[in-house]
Design a protein around this ligand. Structure first.
Ligand code: NDP
Ligand SMILES: O=CCS(=O)(=O)O
Length: 251
């Protein structure tokens, strides 16, 4: 059975992808920091598929390296790495942000993603044809907005890193895709606002955002394409979301 390794499997897109891969019969390596959520997923899915859960903070390069080196033989033939763990913080303008929040986004969305990718590359290259790295970027990588500051910049990194990885992996059979969702209802806004439920409800209310399972469907689609097809970039928005005009300051 193919194996998917998912970072940030404890919520949102990662958890929905774990369920969708399980529906397709894939074995799973599920990671995240919250052990109780990993336990709940194990309870839910372990009867149906082979799975392993690893409590892991992607920011900790040594812990990531150790976790990958310690994978049991039966879980080393990874077919898909889903680099999904990430977050936004500080919705306020740059001039009002705590520097620590910028660092947390960079440490997670950039450093964490490269930590996991670096540790996993030998395993994915050993799998070869049909293997894939799916990086979760964001529409915010291309479309700036007030309060997007470092978050959008980290996702621009994810996009360009994905393309550059593709260049290096030519000839190995390993595919690389950047999936860039727009507005999607998950715990993302609760995290971004440090627990403001009203803000989260206001953002996702009165419209029809993407749901985590919509994105999971695309993730599994990309991972199960024939080995000779590489989707480089896939931006997904809800039908009711499009672009804003640029802003002009007026007297
Ligand atoms: N929702 C949206 O509108 C969009 C989200 N995205 C991106 O999608 C990805 C998933 O977000 P989403 O599902 O929406 O949000 P959620 O908050 O629902 O899920 C985020 C996941 O990331 C994990 N995570 C966060 N920090 C770390 C860390 N240091 N180490 C390990 N895992 C971590 C969390 O697990 P735990 O806390 O247990 O560690 C959780 O499982 C993110 O990269 C986000 O930037 C992209 C576009 C749109
Ligand atoms: O990546 C998340 C989508 S948005 O909040 O930046 O639009």
């Amino acid at each position: 059975m193919p194996i998917a390794m998912i970072t940030g499997a404890t919520s949102g897109f990662g958890r929905a992808a774990a369920r969708r891969f399980a529906d397709a019969g894939w074995s799973l390596i599920l990671t995240g920091r919250r052990q109780e959520r990993l336990d709940a997923l194990e309870q839910e899915l372990a009867e149906r598929v082979e799975m392993l859960t690893l409590a892991l903070d992607v920011r900790d390069a040594e812990a990531v390296k150790h976790a990958v080196e310690s994978l049991p033989e039966a879980f080393r033939g990874v077919t898909c790495l889903l680099n999904n763990a990430g977050l936004a913080l500080a919705p306020q303008p740059s001039q009002q942000v705590d520097l620590a929040d910028w660092h947390t986004m960079i440490d997670t969305n950039v450093t964490g993603l490269v930590n996991v990718t670096h540790a996993m590359l030998p395993l994915l290259i050993a799998t070869g044809a049909g293997a894939s790295i799916i990086n979760i970027g964001s529409a915010a990588a291309k479309w700036p907005y007030a309060g997007g500051h470092v978050y959008g910049a980290t996702k621009a990194f994810v996009e360009q890193f994905s393309y550059n990885l593709r260049c290096d992996l030519k000839g190995t059979g390993v595919r690389v895709t950047d999936i860039a969702p727009g507005l999607a209802e998950t715990e993302f806004t609760l995290v971004r606002t440090k627990g403001d439920e009203a803000a989260s409800e206001a953002l996702y209310g009165d419209t029809t955002p993407l749901q985590a399972k919509d994105v999971a469907e695309q993730i599994v689609h990309v991972a199960t394409l024939p080995a000779h097809i590489n989707i480089n970039f896939l931006e997904i928005m809800p039908t009711r979301q499009s672009w804003s005009p640029t802003h002009v300051e007026r007297d």
